[in-house]
Design a protein around this ligand. Structure first.
Ligand SMILES: [Zn+2]
Length: 144
């Protein structure tokens, strides 16, 4: 019997396979963008993705990066969210979680879904809530 698993699963998904699984043709540019953006916990903007990926891929255009990020969001590989300052960032962690923004450094930290209780969202009159998250701002304390 042929083994179905070729070792790509488990220790971290193979990017090419992951793109194919989501119906995305794995072109070299898309794989380069995916390798960075699906593994970072930096919550980068599109320009940050472009700058990071371009260092190893100088021919990569900004438009390609924007289109690729939009495609990944559309296919459910990435989430995008807008910070109050109008900054659109990308997040490879697609399961529900909250965010904490360190106002001193601008760094965005993930906060576990269960760490914050938000009540009665579903009972909010007059709104059909599709999605929500809490964005907290403040100062990250030095770890004790
Ligand atoms: Zn996040």
């Amino acid at each position: 019997m042929e083994p179905l698993d070729q070792g790509a699963k488990g220790a971290g998904p193979d990017v090419v396979e992951l793109l194919r699984d989501h119906g995305i043709q794995p072109s070299a540019q898309r794989v380069a963008v995916a390798k960075y953006v699906l593994r970072t916990d930096e919550h980068p903007s599109a320009d940050q993705v472009w700058h990071s990926v371009r260092s190893g891929f100088p021919m990569l255009s900004r438009a390609t990066v924007y289109n690729t990020l939009n495609l990944f969001v559309e296919k459910g590989l990435l989430r995008e969210f807008i910070l109050a300052e109008g900054r659109l960032v990308y997040d490879p962690k697609t399961e529900p979680h909250h965010h904490f923004i360190d106002e001193a450094t601008g760094k965005i930290h993930d906060v576990a879904w269960n760490a914050v209780q938000v009540s009665d969202v579903e009972k909010l009159p007059g709104f059909a809530v599709r999605d929500y998250q809490v964005v907290m701002r403040g100062r990250k304390l030095p770890s004790a």
